[in-house]
Design a protein around this ligand. Structure first.
Ligand code: KIV
Ligand code: ZN
Length: 522
């Protein structure tokens, strides 16, 4: 949209903080670094890297991101407490452009039940917190948590006091996803009308998705004059998640005629970044998810296909290539060469080193032998598996399982560890997949508690690859595992081994300390 009067909206990404608070989405340091670099490539303005006081791991990852990641503001979250603010500053101080984000709840519900503070005390603490943070750096964001349920007069009072104390961005969170678009619009308009010093700060909005309105509410806020939107990749976050970055960015871009606003996001990086975050967190993107879902540009109905062939814009408001989908779902097969694969990988948004390409090509050849058509989804899966490979102490050599209705499965499984092969034979388990896990536990001596097991097909057709994702608990921590194969039992074995290898990478197990709970495929 060529509109010279377009406002530039600041994209504040909180995938590494609010997103990481999604159940099961925790990331290790290397994964957080990878996401942070991808966010810069995507073009986000601000990266909320974590909540440094929350844990030593959070502190370390914010420090490392602040030191190593250039090209975006790096922000650390803090409550309005001295220790939090000092810790947040300690973590972000080496950033090219550091920001401290302080927050304090303001709604009556939070004041009375959570904080047990009256309004005066809230204002005093907010002002003290902002002032302390402003003593460290000039870029300070203040959030009145649960702003959407805060009395409007009091919200104006707190926002004005925070700006006077030095806040340069005031963020209006809809912490519990309670607001509606009209309400959000009127709150922002009211702040702009009633807070005398509001022009000294950027107004931001932070919407949760409990009623599925996070993107709509954020757009309404932009329409009312908000200059920053807080969002996450794939909309991950607490409970139902946060405003989805892909959706808000493409809504502003596609409807620039209406919002007269845009962002500096490189939209062609949306799909690769979405895939990367899904791969790392294990939180799959639903097929029909707007913008980045596998079906977002699939036209099934005959009338639609006919229209598309005549003129694309009849049924498409965005071009798939503009959000990073490859132009065509070109099919590769066993006669395709390394160059064709490299080409496809590039079109899918992956820059592979020669070494990575060698491994992916070898995997591709194995797959193409089993499967006639190799689709983009297959290739992306192979690449993601290679990129996020953990040092594999244990690998699957072979398995054989027999099972049937009313039978106890019999399994023979061989794993490789270094140059040694380890084999077990047993009759146990609730089914073939349970038997595989029991045999893996028996050989590795690592007993886990399976918390989640998920299988889906990577592409279409009878010979489609199955992708299995598992989440297991060991020693009080959750570990993810992922495996793909045209054989779903083999994919399950690979997923369990992937999780076991993650455990082995961080601990030298003494064996048997994990608790085994009966495992059934949901
Ligand atoms: O949802 C919320 O209120 C938050 C704040 C810390 C901004 O995440
Ligand atoms: Zn939040």
């Amino acid at each position: 949209m060529n509109d010279t009067n377009q406002r530039k909206i600041v994209i504040f990404d909180t995938t590494l903080r609010d997103g990481e608070q999604s159940p099961g989405a925790s990331m290790n340091l290397a994964e957080k670094m990878e996401v942070a670099h991808a966010l810069v490539e995507l073009g986000v303005d601000v990266i909320e890297a974590g909540f440094p006081i929350a844990s030593p791991g959070d502190f370390q990852s914010v420090c490392e991101i602040a030191r190593a990641v250039r090209g975006a503001v790096i922000c650390g979250l803090a409550r309005c407490r001295n220790a939090d603010i000092d810790r947040a500053w300690e973590a972000v101080k080496d950033a090219q452009r550091p920001r401290i984000h302080v927050f304090l709840a303001t709604s009556a519900i939070h004041r009375e039940h959570k904080l047990k503070m009256d309004k005066d005390e809230i204002v005093r603490r907010a002002v003290d917190g902002v002032k302390r943070a402003a003593g460290y750096c000039s870029d300070i964001e203040f959030s009145p948590e649960d702003a959407a349920r805060t009395e409007t007069d009091f919200l104006c009072e707190v926002v004005q006091a925070a700006i006077d104390a030095g806040a340069t961005t005031v963020n209006i969170p809809d912490t519990v996803g309670y607001a509606t678009p009209m309400q959000m619009k009127s709150v922002i308009e009211m702040l702009r009308r009633r807070v005398p010093n509001i022009c000294r700060a950027v107004i931001s909005v932070h919407c949760h998705n409990d009623l599925g309105l996070a993107v709509a509410n954020s757009l309404a806020a932009v329409q009312a004059g908000a200059g920053q939107v807080e969002c996450t990749i794939n909309g991950i976050g607490e409970r139902a998640g946060n405003c989805s970055l892909e959706e808000i960015v493409m809504a502003l871009r596609t409807r620039g005629d209406y919002y007269h606003a845009n962002t500096k996001i490189n939209s062609r990086r949306l799909v690769p970044t979405s895939r990367m975050v899904a791969g790392i967190t294990g939180i799959q993107v639903q097929r029909n998810k707007a913008v980045v879902g596998q079906n977002a540009f699939a036209h099934e109905a005959g009338i639609h296909q006919d229209g598309m062939l005549k003129e694309r814009t009849t049924y498409e408001i965005m071009r798939p290539e503009d959000v990073g989908f490859a132009m065509t779902d070109l099919v590769l097969g066993k006669h395709s060469g390394r160059a064709a694969l490299a080409d496809r990988a590039k079109a899918l948004g992956y820059e592979l080193t020669g070494e990575q390409l060698d491994v992916v090509f070898a995997d591709f050849k194995v797959l193409a032998d089993k499967k006639k058509d190799v689709y983009d989804g297959d290739i992306a899966s192979l690449i993601e598996q290679q990129i996020h490979a953990v040092a594999e102490q244990w690998t699957l050599q072979s398995y054989r399982v027999t099972s049937g209705t009313g039978l106890i499965p019999e399994i023979s499984l061989t794993l490789r560890h270094g140059d040694k092969e380890h084999n077990t034979k047993m009759a146990s388990g609730d089914g073939p997949i349970d038997a595989v896990l029991l045999a893996i536990e028996e050989i590795t001596g690592i007993n886990v508690d399976c918390k989640d097991f998920n299988v889906h097909s990577v592409t279409v057709g009878q010979d489609a690859q199955g992708e299995v994702r598992v989440q297991v608990e060991y020693g009080g921590r959750l570990y993810r595992g992922r495996g793909i194969s045209t054989d779903s039992i083999e994919a399950s074995a690979k997923a369990f081994l992937n999780a076991i290898n993650r455990i082995a990478a961080v601990s030298r197990p003494s064996g048997g300390i994990g608790r085994r709970s009966g495992f059934k495929i949901p």
